[in-house]
Structures are given as structure tokens and as C-alpha cells.
Write a new protein. Structure first.
Length: 247
């Protein structure tokens, strides 16, 4: 190869030939080192790996089926809210009504309590109603585990229904600020869900939002179980104290 290059260049003479050989040798080493370069190494910025080269953003539109599922979920959310208000369910289903059912139906009353709790969350009935009913019906000793179990059944039912209807549209968002917000949920799902439960308790909007994200059901339930460990006993004790004063 080198002899061919020298012949093409027409290099003659010992000194000039040596200099030309050094130049060709240098070019050969440069080409070899360029071929051996490793692929771009990702660097970490703020705990997130970013490639050194420019990232190509996938602008592929969402499938039409996902858009339809999202609109169907919106219709379900608005429809249940309107139905609850129009039928007076949110006003009629109060602590005393649920407590009466639980005490009059015996063992079946508790099973009915679990079912009504789950359906009530989907119908936008405040979870406090059912926690208060469990406290008044069973007292502190049994009211805390009853309310805690009912809360877990309720958030699990909401997760399955919402995800079955709407899928996981929040898991495919491409907006940078939304991906940043949801990134914490992806990195530390159990801790994030637990913190959200501690702050927002049994808010139906939280159930909807988490079900529409990419969080797994196992992490969702573990985070909810941890996050409700403190609020549920506190609410049961509060209702028990209020019942002792006003009832």
C-alpha cells in the first residue's frame, strides 16, 4: 500500500522517500484510530442519562385507537360525575346511611361496604364518607382495618376500570415538562405513589391520573398501601372522637 502511494506520488531519493514514508505511516495510524472510535458515550445530567449526540425525537402521532380510548375515558369521567349529581347520590350516600347498612346486614354488610366503597370512588363520592362509616359502625379496633381494606379495594378497582377504558395515555406523552414530571414516577414509583397518597388521600382524580400513567399495578398498590398507613387511622380516630361528642 505504502509503495503504491509513493509510486503514485513519484517520490524519489532516500531522504525524500523517508519523509514520505513517515507521512504515510502517520495517515495510516490516523485512519486506524478513527475506525476504532467507540460509540458516543452517554453523560449523566441531573441523574438522567443523555447521549452526547443530538437525540432524534419521535414525532409519530398517537394511534387513533388510543385517542378514542382517551375520549371514552373523559366521557366516562364526566358521565359518572353528572349522574352522581343528577341522582343526588353524593348527597344521599352519607356516613349514617352507610353505617346503617353495615350494622343491619351483619357479615354481608361488610362485603357490601367494600363494594359500595369501590363504586362510590368511581362515582366521585368522597372516600371520607366510607372511612367515617367504618369508624362509627365498628369503632376504633375494627374500624381502622375495615377502612384500610376498603380503601385498598377502592383504589384497586379504580385502577382496573380507568386503565381498561383509557389505557396509559400519560405514558406516551412527548411534552418535555410532562415527561419531567412523570419521570419521577418512573424512577421511584412506590415512593412517589406513597407521597401522593399521603397528600391527596383517596381523591378520585389521583386514581385516574395514576391509572393513566405507565406505573405498574404492583407499584401502585404498594405505594398506596404505604401512603394510607397514616391517614386512615388518623381519620378513623377523628371520626370516633367526633361521634363521641355529637352522637
Amino acid at each position: 500500500m505504502r509503495e503504491l502511494v509513493l509510486g503514485i506520488l513519484g517520490v524519489h531519493g532516500v531522504d525524500r522517500r523517508d519523509r514520505a514514508l513517515k507521512t504515510v505511516h502517520h495517515l495510516d495510524r490516523h485512519i486506524t484510530s478513527t475506525r476504532a472510535l467507540p460509540p458516543p458515550v452517554a453523560r449523566r445530567v441531573g441523574g438522567v442519562s443523555e447521549p452526547e449526540h443530538e437525540t432524534v425525537v419521535d414525532e409519530t402521532p398517537r394511534p387513533r385507537s388510543q385517542r378514542w380510548r382517551t375520549w371514552l375515558l373523559v366521557a366516562f369521567f364526566v358521565g359518572t360525575l353528572v349522574a352522581a349529581k343528577a341522582t343526588g347520590l353524593t348527597d344521599w350516600l352519607d356516613v349514617e346511611t352507610v353505617r346503617t347498612w353495615m350494622q343491619s346486614w351483619g357479615v354481608w354488610g361488610f362485603l357490601a361496604f367494600l363494594g359500595i366503597f369501590a363504586a362510590g370512588e368511581l362515582m366521585h363520592v368522597p372516600g371520607m364518607v366510607f372511612v367515617g362509616a367504618a369508624s362509627i359502625a365498628y369503632g376504633q379496633a375494627w374500624g381502622i382495618p375495615a377502612a384500610y381494606l376498603g380503601s385498598l379495594v377502592s383504589v384497586a378497582a379504580s385502577f382496573f376500570v380507568v386503565r381498561a377504558i383509557g389505557g396509559q395515555p400519560l405514558g406516551d406523552v412527548r411534552k418535555p415538562w410532562m415527561r419531567k414530571v412523570l419521570g419521577r414516577l418512573s424512577d421511584r414509583p412506590i415512593r412517589t405513589v406513597a407521597l401522593l397518597r399521603l397528600i391527596f388521600f383517596l381523591a378520585p382524580a389521583l386514581n385516574y391520573g395514576l391509572a393513566m400513567s405507565s406505573v405498574r399495578f404492583r407499584d401502585y398498590m404498594l405505594g398506596s398501601a404505604i401512603g394510607l398507613l397514616l391517614p386512615i387511622p388518623a381519620m378513623v380516630l377523628l371520626f370516633d372522637w367526633l361521634a363521641a361528642i355529637f352522637l
